[in-house]
Design a protein around this ligand. Structure first.
Ligand code: ATP
Length: 379
């Protein structure tokens, strides 16, 4: 087990905390194409950090540069204070867990896990003890004599994890670690992975395109697009305080509409949009007349069939255009008089009394939301 260097849960907020990984002005070009463009990032000991972005955004290239499989075109990577420029992959304090798991099919679980230690000429007794401990941690002891094809997808994933962790790297790099699993198993495995990471204290850097996975797993997330970071923050910061439209739209869903600032009050802003005049809690000054975007998450909008009364400044009526019934919640697409479609989600907390009860297509509905729930974006 690795002892955390810092005891803080949020070392990135501490001015004097030393990062375990420092990425400084790193770029990677393939010919004329820039896959990673001048990125800076500090990752701290014990973090489970996700690089999140769509296909081709450069996240795998960045991970491969940390592993030493790619060389940066510009910039520097430090791990534990050491410049990695001349350090080959096998001498780096990192280990990589590949998407395909890359297990040896002819070897048992035990032998797969022991393989790297044997190659490093670790004494036999120590190998046996470390393999035993790590298999216990990933709850695979009873399967140690099986071969990979005799295991489920989730179990194979845990063998790959054990094999990577048994070498006690300072940093474990995981490329889409759960992509090979089906949805239900993936959800369950997300928690297991986070649990194991917490127990071993090894810093994990995970590449994923799955925002739900990133939100569940991470201490912090870097949202990437076109080789650049759009935002770096905790899951809550990224979801509730997105820096721009790309992040607001990429993480979860949001109703994003363009608007013009019509009033800049001391603690609010009024913006004219296709959702009507939207009142937003906002302390900073915004230029009247400027173009902005207003974003509201679907779950932050209240929807009712009856007039709830005008208790707050943000309310509007519309007609239900479409409904998606998902069991635990429903999605409503509501068309406003302006033609704007608003996406609203509502938890199905109360079971309808009859099969036909509830809101249905073409119903006139009332929408309202809190001024504090609206996100004001200027890019
Ligand atoms: P995905 O989730 O699809 O793997 P990604 O975000 O991991 O996407 P990268 O694999 O980092 O993306 O690739 C970023 C860009 O760099 C892509 O446009 C890709 O085609 C390009 N690229 C990656 N490796 C090479 C290479 N060896 N030669 C040329 N172009 C490359």
């Amino acid at each position: 087990m690795v002892e955390p260097v810092t005891t803080s849960d949020t070392p990135w907020l501490e001015a004097d905390a030393e990062p375990l990984i420092r990425i400084k002005g790193v770029s990677k070009k393939f010919g004329d194409f820039t896959a990673v463009n001048n990125v800076d990032l500090d990752i701290y000991q014990g973090e489970l950090f996700c690089l999140l972005g769509g296909s081709g955004c450069g996240k795998t290239t960045l991970l491969r540069m940390l592993a030493g499989f790619e060389t940066p075109t510009a910039g520097q990577i430090f791990i534990d204070g050491v410049d990695m420029v001349d350090v080959p992959p096998y001498e780096r304090p990192t280990n990589m867990m590949f998407q395909s798991y890359a297990l040896f099919p002819h070897m048992t679980v035990e032998k797969n896990v022991a393989f790297g230690l044997k190659q490093d000429k670790v004494p036999k007794d120590e190998i046996a003890e470390r393999v035993h401990n790590i298999l216990k941690l990933v709850e695979l002891e009873e399967f140690k004599k099986r071969k990979p094809q005799q295991l489920s997808g989730g179990q194979r994933q845990r063998v790959a994890l054990a094999r990577a962790l048994v070498k006690e790297p300072k940093v474990l790099l995981l490329d889409e670690p759960l992509a090979a699993l089906d949805k239900k198993l993936r959800e369950q495995t997300q928690f297991e992975l986070a649990n194991i990471q917490e127990q071993v204290g090894v810093t994990f850097v995970v590449v994923t395109h799955d925002q739900e996975e990133a939100m569940t797993l991470s201490t912090r997330i870097a949202v990437m697009d076109k080789g650049e970071f759009q935002q770096i923050g905790t899951p809550t910061e990224i979801y509730e305080f997105p820096d721009n439209r790309f992040v607001a739209d990429f993480i979860g869903s949001a109703n994003i509409v363009e608007g013009k600032v019509i009033e800049d009050g001391s603690d609010y802003v009024l913006v004219s949009t296709d959702l009507g005049d939207v009142h937003i809690d906002h302390e900073d000054s915004v230029k009247e007349g400027s173009q902005v975007w207003v974003a509201i998450r679907p779950e932050k909008i209240q929807l009712s069939k009856t007039d709830p009364g005008k208790s707050g400044p943000n309310h509007i009526t519309g007609k239900v255009d479409d409904i998606g019934y998902l069991g635990e919640m429903s999605i409503y697409l509501v068309r406003l008089e302006s033609g704007q479609i608003v996406d609203v989600t509502s938890p199905n907390q109360i079971r309808p009394r009859t099969k036909s009860q509830g809101i249905t297509w073409e119903d006139e509905v009332y929408l309202s939301w809190e001024s504090s729930s609206v996100m004001l974006l200027n890019k």
